[in-house]
Design a protein around this ligand. Sequence first.
Ligand SMILES: O=C(CO)[C@@H](O)[C@H](O)COP(=O)(O)O
Ligand SMILES: [Fe+2]
Length: 220
Amino acid sequence: MMLILSPSILSADFANLGQDVVRTAQAGAEYIHIDVMDGQFVPNISFGMPVIQAIRPVTDKVFDVHLMIDEPVRFIKEFADAGADVITVHAEACKHLHRTIQVIKSYGIKAGVVLNPATSLSAIEEILPEVDMVLLMSVNPGFGGQKYIETTTDKVRRLRRMISDRNLDVDIEVDGGVTLDNVEMLIEAGANIFVAGSAVYKGSVEDNVKGFLEVFKKYK
Ligand SMILES: O=C(CO)[C@@H](O)[C@H](O)COP(=O)(O)O
Ligand SMILES: [Fe+2]
């Protein structure tokens, strides 16, 4: 399975966002992780469709849009139109998760479901065959720069087993506190897409992205 880095622009320089996205893309990251927060589902507000639309022309990289908003089904069309390639929605935020996933797919883009650290894998048993990706939060959503919650590693392992037992082809993305110190452990547990905010944007974006890509090479 392809190992992919998805730098979270929540930790980028908002005054130079376009430039930071270009640098991230040129450094070799395959995805751009875009954290949308509504101040309701999570205790923080970030940005929405106009910002995604503004950075869409600067790169062809995959826009991996993580919606931390209540009832995201209300805005899927707007995020698809703004340029999302993948939209992930929280199981905890959807009254009708199945319908929400179908709506995402109806726009011809990839659909993923996100679980908070305290949400059991049993919450996605029924939806698993319908999704392209499962995103496991390894911090409580709302903020960048938090510490990785260790129990996520075993959750990744159990999810990878669940996916292969059912002969499915589903990406496992991990988000929160991912660094060069824990990424190998996560690869070995079965994750294949890695969100990194502070680990990419603190210091040199180029060197940090390169650091992750070097690790990925070892597993090719
Ligand atoms: O969704 C979120 C936070 O809610 C994340 O995408 C963070 O932005 C990741 O930042 P780091 O933990 O890597 O600094
Ligand atoms: Fe995120």
